[in-house]
Ligand binder design. Structure first.
Ligand SMILES: Nc1nc2c(ncn2[C@@H]2O[C@H](COP(=O)(O)OP(=O)(O)OP(=O)(O)O)[C@@H](O)[C@H]2O)c(=O)[nH]1
Ligand SMILES: [Mg+2]
Length: 464
């Protein structure tokens, strides 16, 4: 675009944007997307004499470089008329052969077209939001869907993109607005025959809603965990078999295994897909009594143990590994027993008689395995997947909160509701309820969020 083609960047006259929307590099097909008021004009230029495609119908045609008159490619073209497109604007997509030369020439030709410029990160999705095609939580879900590496990450993103979280937030906002309207009636008609107890009557619905939102907030961040990976820490005495287990899980020798106690010193992480759930398994240093000595080696081991304990505390699931052939009641390991623990009794091949778990809380899931002899490993993994599925499942009925941004606004909402509930003056209660509704509106973008947009869309790729 040269200077005399520069167009004003106002919301009413946004430039037409274009980008390679499929992945860069050689491919069977590459898709170049153009969105904006002039997208059909550039299509006419590229088609030369040929007729434009009918909206929403594909057309196979030769695309020409208007400068050279030479063919660029034979491509499939599909066009959309505003507002019936992803961005809500006129859109034309070119499905070209996925060659570097074709992509480069297409982008070069498009950049020379009147009012066209290369799209910024996430700009197509941003326009879809700004044109009311989707709300902000749906826009975020598009980024998650593209980033999804496992089935459950994909399901969570798909539900959110389909509006599961939007519906939830909008329902909460509608219920709050109803309560607000009720309180405002009291303000608007102070002289009418509305008893003071009316304000008391508005409170139960607001209280119930507060409890519901708080319930969602106390969800152990399972939606965020699903996005980033569920943390599983392998914890146990030296030589219990932690590194042997991580190697089996990773299906490769990621960690050194040896009969020398204290082999692992640092935390080693492996990313896995367990039954569709993304998990990050950490191998850690074996735990021993803390007064192990003051030599340099002891200091390194102490630091390893400190890191192991940090991992254990951060983990969503702690796999406490006990050695059936050695100290089954290993104190430092069993001290970490809590609701997040799963017990693994390893090396059952090395003992003659069966063992019981008299020293362990009954309600903690426990499994007896032998890693080296491959005994019960599959059964253990199936059950571990079930435990994960139970805690991190994805459902439309109770969609997971997936971002800290949502959580922050929900916390603002809850604190405004709590203040509202303490107010005896209807005016003050109404004001707090309005704050609470606005906090919800900022999640979906119904309330002014211009300041948030740059932050939200900067993580998107160009072309999304
Ligand atoms: N008999 C038997 N030996 C096992 C089993 N699993 C692991 N081992 C052996 O136990 C020893 C210690 O295994 P590692 O996996 O290095 O143990 P670790 O818990 O990582 O030990 P540290 O890194 O020192 O904390 C190795 O010699 C393994 O081959 C098992 O199921 N049965
Ligand atoms: Mg180890």
């Amino acid at each position: 675009m040269n200077d005399d083609q520069m167009i004003e960047l106002t919301p009413s006259n946004p430039p037409t944007i274009f980008a390679l929307s499929s992945a860069a590099g050689k491919a069977g097909v590459s898709i170049i997307r153009v969105s904006g008021a002039k997208s059909w004009d550039s299509c006419a230029t590229l088609l030369k004499q040929a007729k434009l495609p009918i909206a929403r119908q594909t057309k196979l045609a030769t695309l020409y470089n208007p400068d050279t008159g030479q063919a660029i490619d034979s491509a499939m073209i599909i066009g959309f008329k505003a507002p019936n497109s992803f961005t809500g604007e006129d859109v034309v997509e070119y499905h070209c052969h996925g060659s570097q030369a074709i992509i480069e020439e297409m982008l070069e030709v498009l950049s020379a077209q009147d009012g066209h410029r290369l799209a910024d990160h996430g700009e197509f999705t941003r326009r879809a939001f700004q044109n009311g095609q989707i709300d902000l939580s749906q826009a975020e879900a598009i980024a998650d869907l593209i980033d999804a590496e496992t089935k459950m990450q994909k399901e969570q993103a798909l539900l959110q993109m389909g509006g599961a979280l939007s519906d939830l937030y909008n329902d909460w906002a509608a219920r709050l607005t109803k309560a607000l309207a009720y309180v405002e009636t009291i303000i608007d008609f102070p002289d009418e025959d509305i008893p003071d107890s009316q304000i008391a009557q508005a409170k139960p619905a607001v209280k119930a809603l507060n409890a519901e939102i708080t319930g969602y907030l106390n969800d152990n961040r399972k939606g965020e965990r699903l996005r980033s990976g569920i943390q599983i820490a392998l914890i146990g005495a030296p030589n219990a078999g932690k590194s042997s287990l991580i190697n089996i899980l990773a299906k490769r020798d990621v960690a050194i295994v040896s009969e020398m106690a204290g082999t692992t010193r640092d935390v080693l992480e492996v990313h896995l897909n367990l039954g569709g759930y993304p998990v990050i398994v950490s191998d850690t240093a074996g735990l021993r009594p803390s007064d192990i000595g003051t030599s340099d080696q002891d200091k390194i081991e102490s630091e390893g143990m400190r890191r192991a304990l940090v991992k254990a505390n951060e983990a969503d699931i702690k796999l406490l590994i006990l050695d059936a052939s050695n100290d089954m009641a290993h104190k430092e390991t069993l001290e970490l027993l809590d609701d997040n623990a799963v017990i693994l009794i390893n090396k059952i091949d090395a003992i003659e008689t069966d063992i019981d778990l008299f020293h362990v809380k009954q309600d903690v899931p426990s499994f007896k395995i032998s890693i080296t002899q491959n005994l019960n490993i599959e059964d253990f993994l199936d059950n571990l997947t079930k435990i994960i599925a139970q805690r991190f499942h994805v459902s439309r009925e109770t969609p997971n909160l997936t971002r800290n941004r949502h959580r922050q606004h929900l916390n603002e909402c809850v604190s405004s509701i709590e203040t509202a509930l303490t107010q005896s003056q209807p005016e003050l209660m109404a004001q707090d309820l309005r704050f609470a509704v606005n906090a919800l509106g900022r999640i979906t973008g119904r309330v002014d969020v211009e300041d948030l947009l740059d932050v939200i869309f900067k993580d998107f790729c160009i072309g999304k």
